[in-house]
Design a protein around this ligand. Structure first.
Ligand code: NDP
Length: 294
């Protein structure tokens, strides 16, 4: 059984991006720059935003922080995004979700210029992914593909079963795997799926993106499968200083002995998301620079 270390893959991505950022600066005289907008005081969002800033700084990317109060109006937020769309020193824009009540996430996402949509959430980016056109891809499923590629796990002709149909994980994951060139046969499951274990047991590659700790048990997997655990769940743990620990959607101890390969939590898919955000920011800057040159 092989443990698919997201940590190792993310480090590889960061090493490549560090070199690319140096070369980019030499070629164009500026660095790829990400603007991160946080509205409100949600502690989890604050910590995600801090992680993104840290990644930018460690790669030598530019970073612009916008922290707005929770009572920011829709109009004020859209105004800021409009300014960032027009700002040629900003190549990628990320608005941290979830937004406080009263702000419409769909309108906010749609207001971000597609060229700067490094989260890949804009409907046009999602459409591009679906029809196989170039564009930004949602970071978490892209991170899963990066792990599969790094460990040379072929997807062609394999039956990939995805549990979860969210717009940020399950659906883009399915779009990626079914693309020409990836060539998986894809089944998407959700909370209304009947007899889920009978479907997950058919998976050559099982991707769990459910949000329920230890949901996937050993009776739900076939021998020799590849399991990708996207879930990140907090469960109480009095032995830990912070009072909780992170576990995936897969019961790792039970399932791992039956797998050919599996991602751990933490240290699996989770660490890939920011790495892919940085990769998308590099891509956004490159596209901007190429346009400027023309
Ligand atoms: P959502 O809550 O948006 O989606 C969960 C999906 O799981 C839904 O489609 C839901 O079905 C399905 N589901 C829930 N219960 C069951 C069930 N009993 N049987 C089958 N399907 C079920 O979650 P996300 O996609 O945003 O996130 C999923 C997990 O991935 C979470 O643990 C989250 O923390 C983690 N995550 C990790 C990221 C990272 O690595 N950086 C990034 C994003 C998410 P239905 O649609 O019918 O309700």
């Amino acid at each position: 059984m092989q443990i698919l270390s997201g940590k190792e893959v993310a480090q590889h991505v960061y090493d490549t991006l560090t070199e690319e950022a140096e070369q980019f600066l030499e070629d164009f005289g500026y660095v790829p720059t990400l603007a991160v907008v946080l509205v409100g005081e949600d502690p989890a969002s604050q910590s995600y935003v801090a992680g993104k800033k840290k990644a930018c700084l460690s790669l030598g990317f530019g970073h612009k922080d916008y922290h707005l109060p929770a009572d920011t109006s829709q109009e004020q937020l859209l105004d800021l995004i409009h300014q960032l769309n027009e700002d040629s020193s900003v190549h990628g824009i990320l608005v941290q979700m979830p937004l406080p009540d009263g702000l419409d996430p769909d309108k906010v996402i749609q207001s971000i210029s597609v060229e700067k949509d490094v989260d890949g959430f804009h409907p046009q980016s999602v459409g591009n992914l679906l029809i196989g056109n170039p564009g930004f891809v949602s970071c978490t499923p892209q991170g899963v593909m990066e792990i599969l590629d790094y460990y040379h796990i072929a997807t062609a002709g394999k039956h990939a079963v995805i549990v979860g149909r969210s717009n940020i994980v399950g659906k883009p994951m399915a779009s990626l795997l079914v693309q020409k060139g990836r060539d998986a046969t894809v089944t998407i499951c959700h909370s209304k799926t009947k007899d889920l274990p009978s479907i997950t047991r058919q998976a050559d590659i099982l991707i769990a993106a459910i949000g329920k700790p230890h949901f996937v048990t050993s009776d739900m997997v076939k021998e020799g499968t590849v399991v990708i655990d996207v879930g990140i769940n907090r469960i109480e743990d009095a032995s830990r200083k912070r009072g909780y620990r992170l576990v995936g959607d897969v019961d790792y101890d039970q399932v791992a002995p039956h797998c050919n390969a599996i991602t751990p939590v933490p240290g699996g898919v989770g660490v890939m998301t920011i790495a892919m955000l940085m990769k998308n920011t590099m891509q956004a800057a490159r596209q901007f620079a190429n346009k400027e040159v023309k």
